[in-house]
Every structure is written in C-alpha cells, then in structure tokens.
Design a protein around this ligand. Structure first.
Ligand SMILES: NC(=O)c1ccc[n+]([C@@H]2O[C@H](COP(=O)([O-])OP(=O)(O)OC[C@H]3O[C@@H](n4cnc5c(N)ncnc54)[C@H](O)[C@@H]3O)[C@@H](O)[C@H]2O)c1
Ligand SMILES: [Zn+2]
Ligand SMILES: [Zn+2]
Length: 369
C-alpha cells in the first residue's frame, strides 16, 4: 500500500527544506518499509544541505535512524512487521563476496546514490509525481524503504532514540578505533574533531584501554563532552598550536590519529602528529574536490606512517549494531550524553543550523508516533 507523508525535501543547497507531500511505495521484493522512530542529524547530511558536497536533488536526507518494520516485500526472510531495527546507511546487496565476508562497505553492487539497489526510488512528490531521491536510507522520512540487509534487528528493550545514533555516528567513530586502527591497550589515540562521530572514537579508545586519549576540537563544549566520554587530555585547536600541544603529551607522536572532521587543514595536523609507525584514519569528508597536500618523504616514508580511510568505521553492522546495543545497555557506552538536541521533523533546518554552528554532541529528530 502506498502511503502519503509530509517530509522535508532538499531542493536547493543552503535553503530551507520545504515540507512536501510525498508518496512512499510499498517495499519491493527483498525490501522492508520501516516506520521511523528517530533520526540523528549527521554532518554528512549537512555537507549535502550546505552545498559543500555536490548532491543531486530533490532528495530526502538522513543517514542515521531507528524504527519498527511496518511491512516486508516478497522474499524477505529475516524480518517481520513489528521488529525493532537500526538502519544501516550502506544500502549494500548483501550477497556479493565482500558482503558475505562482513565487509559491506566494499560491496560490488551497492545502491547507486539517490536510489535503492534496482536504481529506482520509492518516493514521489504526491502532487507532481516527480521522483524524489534517497540520501542512502533517507531516514528523515517518517516511513522509509531499504533493502532487507540494511535494516538490522535489535532487542526490543533498547530505547529507540538512543538506538538511532548507532546508525551512523556511533558505529563510524567507534569502529574507526576498534576496527580500522585496531588500537590496543596503552596505545595513544588522538581524535581530531569531537562531534557526533569523533566523540565515539573517544569512546572506542576508552573501551579498548588506549592511553593517552587526546581530544582535539575548536569548541570548548565538544572538549567537555570528550572528557566526559573518556579523553585523558584535550587541546583547543582554536587557541593552541595543536602540534606543539601534542608534543607535550606524546613527545614521539601518537600511535593513531582519527580525523573526524571534514577539513583538510585538520587532516594535515592529524597526519603530522603521528609518531613512527603511526596510522591516521580518515573519517571526515572535506568539501567535494578538496585536495590534501602532503610531503610523502617527511610525512609518510620517513616514519613508515600510514594514512587509511574508514567508511562506517569499517564495520559489519549486522554484528556491530547489536554489540553496541549491548555495550549501551550494560553501561559501557554513553549514548545519553551524546544526545544533546531534540527536534521535530519540521525543525530539520534548525537542527542543521545548530550543527553548523558547532553545537556539541548529536541532535535527534523524533517522529510523531
Ligand atoms: N567515514 C564515514 O563513514 C563517515 C560517517 C559519518 C560522518 N562522516 C564525516 O565525518 C565528519 C564529522 O561528522 P560529524 O557528524 O561528527 O560532524 P560534527 O559537526 O558533529 O563534528 C565535527 C567537529 O569538528 C570540530 N572542528 C571543526 N573544525 C575543526 C578543526 N579545524 N580542528 C578540530 N576540530 C574541528 C567541530 O567543532 C565539531 O565538534 C563529517 O565530514 C562527516 O561527513 C564520515
Ligand atoms: Zn552519517
Ligand atoms: Zn554486496
């Protein structure tokens, strides 16, 4: 059955998203339709909203969310209506060798940007019939449709508002340290950019027993939260020379730096703060077309340093979402402090304004139930 709903739709960069009547189709074979409970507000969507990432439109944004399965398409075997799920923004095929191997970020046949796996949309403008693109899982829609493999079932006693955050920021930040870096107890981890994603790298570092854990940000509010989540040291990049401050804490440089902000300047610092053998993990996505200028001899070769990218914290959401839920329910992961703002769906523009100003933690859109 087709549903009609009101959704904020991105129609032009840097413009308020008009609440638009949208038709959402029933799930196709192998897909599920989810009634959304909450959606986190990620800077990746802000990059689309403010034009720093080239983005096709009209589009429904949202890459971090949770909800309840409302209906399932033919052939769906792992989910039934009523299941509580966290949405994975990797709309991967679920069957190719990397997917089978637990590496959905390397999927050979992922959904094209703006569409589902079959390269079509489930959203249309209710008045004009025009197709509306999906920003990955389009979690700002009160009902969204995703492939079966992108809706991951979780325990029903997990609060769905906190669960939503696991859909992007938590898994990405945490996994950057535990999966991509593979940091071990006593190794040093510096996190450059302690927003929704970076704060969870701080948490990942705390959980693995890293030390020191150095939080670097330009906002005092972000640094305060980082301390609460396990940072042993903080550096305010707006007030201090970051590399000098790092030298005082780790004279030979850090083992791992996590670049969790879309700024090439911050990334260069993250690279230069590495000690010999150190690894920088790139999470942030600078504006489209940005270039990072490095000295390959001094920055990489001489100290056998490495620079790696990590998509979604190099995670396997089917394994890691339920694991992160357990960590939260058992007091090992702080999602309560991470959640700093609550918005209605028609306040999505306001949520972006707050995020753009560097508001600490993560904002959450909660849907009417
Ligand atoms: N790799 C992935 O899979 C993945 C997933 C999610 C988000 N991202 C990207 O990660 C980045 C961070 O996302 P977020 O939602 O945490 O954003 P955010 O806005 O919540 O956090 C960014 C933080 O960086 C700080 N900052 C800004 N300039 C800085 C500087 N020069 N030095 C140090 N800190 C600085 C801000 O004060 C803020 O606290 C974005 O570029 C986003 O697109 C990547
Ligand atoms: Zn995101
Ligand atoms: Zn695949």
């Amino acid at each position: 059955m087709t549903l009609i709903m009101e959704v904020p739709v991105l129609v032009a960069a840097n413009q308020k998203m008009p609440m638009t009547q949208v038709k959402v189709d029933a799930p196709h074979p192998g897909e599920v339709r989810v009634k959304m409970f909450a959606s986190g507000v990620c800077h990746s969507c802000l990059h689309a909203y403010d034009g720093s990432h080239a983005t096709p439109m009209p589009m429904i944004l949202g890459d971090e969310g949770s909800g309840v399965v409302e209906s399932v398409g033919d052939g769906v075997t792992t989910l039934v209506p009523g299941d509580h799920v966290i949405i994975s923004w990797l709309l991967n095929c679920g069957t190719c060798p990397p997917c089978r191997n637990g590496k959905p970020a390397h999927c050979w046949a992922p959904s094209p940007f703006g569409a589902l796996l079959d390269n079509t949309q489930r959203f249309h403008n209710a008045k004009t019939g025009e197709k509306i693109l999906h920003y990955g899982p389009a979690t700002y829609a009160p009902y969204t449709v995703v492939p079966e493999s992108s809706a991951i079932k979780i325990r029903k006693d997990m609060p769905l508002d906190k669960a939503a955050l696991i859909g992007c920021s938590v898994t990405t930040g945490f996994g950057a340290v535990t999966n991509a870096a593979g940091a071990r107890p006593g190794q040093s981890v510096a996190v450059v950019g302690c927003g929704g994603v970076g704060l969870n790298s701080i948490q990942g570092a705390r959980v693995v027993g890293a030390f020191p854990i150095i939080a670097i940000d330009t906002s005092e509010g972000a640094l305060e939260l980082a301390k609460k989540m396990g940072a042993s040291h903080t550096i305010n990049a707006a007030k201090e020379d970051v590399l000098e401050a790092i030298k005082k804490i780790c004279p030979r440089g850090v083992d791992y730096s996590i670049a969790a902000v879309g700024s090439t300047k911050a990334m260069l610092n993250a690279l230069k703060m590495l000690g010999a053998g150190g690894t920088m993990v790139i999470l942030g996505a600078p504006p489209s077309g940005s270039m990072l200028e490095i000295d390959p001899t001094a920055n990489i070769l001489a100290g056998e340093r490495r620079m790696i990218g990590s998509k979604y914290g190099s995670s396997n959401p089917h394994v890691e979402f339920p694991m992160l839920v357990e960590l939260y329910l058992n007091g090992k992961l702080d999602l309560d402090s991470l959640l700093t703002g609550n918005y209605r769906l028609d306040e999505a523009d306001k949520a972006f304004e707050v995020l753009a100003k560097g508001g600490p933690g993560r904002g959450l859109i909660t849907f009417e139930q």
